[in-house]
Design a protein around this ligand. Structure first.
Ligand code: SF4
Length: 335
């Protein structure tokens, strides 16, 4: 049975319905001739979940779990192979032309590495104004005024001292502020942010997370917060979804999942979070081995080759996401 958690009331801004994204494996000429079978990377494989208006949903998992692909699907940077992605009831996989351009105002994406997502030849003022130009919004003077207010809002003040700087003239934290500025300049409702603080050190990380939360409150934003770092995700998220090899394997309110993880993989990830107190003994086990290839995922439960609690059924039968009550869902034969 496919379970979609809606939280009771239909307050969802984004609804993901049975979405898959397969990428064809590119092979060399000779290999193509020898092996006629086309293989696919199953980056996202039958995923369903909702994001409520005004919440921060964390999407966590190891590298290779499919979380970045899922984020890109949510803002139509790529199209799904199958399934529906509804934003405010609109299936964004099928939207084109003017309707898509209008949607672009409402949904934004921030990339993990601000250095590679900012054009090194453009001043940061022009980089932010670009989105306004693309949407034919305002005169050049009005756009400059809007960009200056955005720069100040993201902590790059006074704005006129930053407007004409190039990305390489900023620190890593300042570049990340520019990325947030570019994301909010069109007053969106929904932002997918991919590892927004992975490239900065701890002191800057706290300031940027604070900025993210302030922007959420002021602009009434909804976030999908993608992170491999569960400690950071706990700090900012209302709910958390755990991905493993293209599937959601557990989802629930932050406190529930962190205090009482049900899935052995979630348990392993949470047990690996460092605790700044040597007196606290951790009892969980970090998942052994590495995440398998998404080209040929294991049969049954995809986690079974690494699971300390695996039993016979696990290698033959795939567990579905089961509703455990109170919005908690888990995909594991133990439940
Ligand atoms: Fe482990 Fe089996 Fe549960 Fe998969 S279904 S997580 S292998 S116990």
């Amino acid at each position: 049975m496919r379970v979609i958690y809606t939280g009771g009331l239909n307050m969802n801004l984004v609804e993901i319905r049975d979405v898959t994204k397969y990428f064809p494996v590119q092979r060399g000429f000779i290999e193509q001739i020898i092996s006629r079978k086309q293989e696919f990377v199953r980056a996202v494989d039958g995923v369903s979940f909702d994001i409520r208006k005004g919440e921060i949903l964390g999407l966590a998992g190891e590298s290779g779990s499919g979380k970045t692909t899922m984020g890109r699907l949510c803002v139509r940077l790529i199209r799904p192979t199958q399934g529906e992605i509804l934003f405010d009831g609109i299936n964004i996989a099928e939207v084109e032309g003017t309707e898509m351009r209008n949607l672009r105002r409402r949904i934004q994406f921030t990339f993990q590495d601000p250095s590679s997502s900012l054009n090194p030849r453009l001043s940061i003022g022009d980089a932010i104004a670009d989105a306004l130009r693309f949407q034919n919004m305002g005169s050049p003077e009005e756009r400059k005024e809007i960009v200056e207010s955005v720069l100040e809002r993201v902590g790059l003040a006074p704005a006129d001292t930053f407007y004409h700087r190039k990305p390489h003239q900023l620190s890593g934290g300042q570049r990340q502020r520019v990325v947030f500025g570019r994301a909010i300049v069109l007053s969106p409702e929904f932002i997918v942010t991919d590892e927004p603080v992975a490239m900065v050190d701890v002191s800057i990380k706290a300031q940027l997370l604070e900025l993210m939360l302030d922007l959420k409150k002021e602009l009434n934003l909804t976030y999908l917060f993608i992170s491999h770092d569960l400690a950071t995700a706990r700090h900012v998220c209302d709910r958390i979804a755990i991905m493993y090899l293209g599937k959601i394997i557990e989802i629930g309110d932050d406190d529930q999942v962190y205090e009482d993880p049900l899935h052995p993989y979630t348990d392993g990830l949470i047990s690996a979070i460092p605790v700044p107190n040597p007196k606290i003994q951790k009892t969980g086990k970090v998942p052994r081995g590495e995440i398998p290839s998404p080209i040929d995922p294991p049969s049954g439960c995809r986690f079974h080759p690494r699971c300390p609690k695996a039993f016979d059924k696990c290698s033959t039968e795939e567990p579905t996401l089961k509703d455990m009550g109170n919005g908690r869902c888990v995909a594991c034969h133990l439940y």
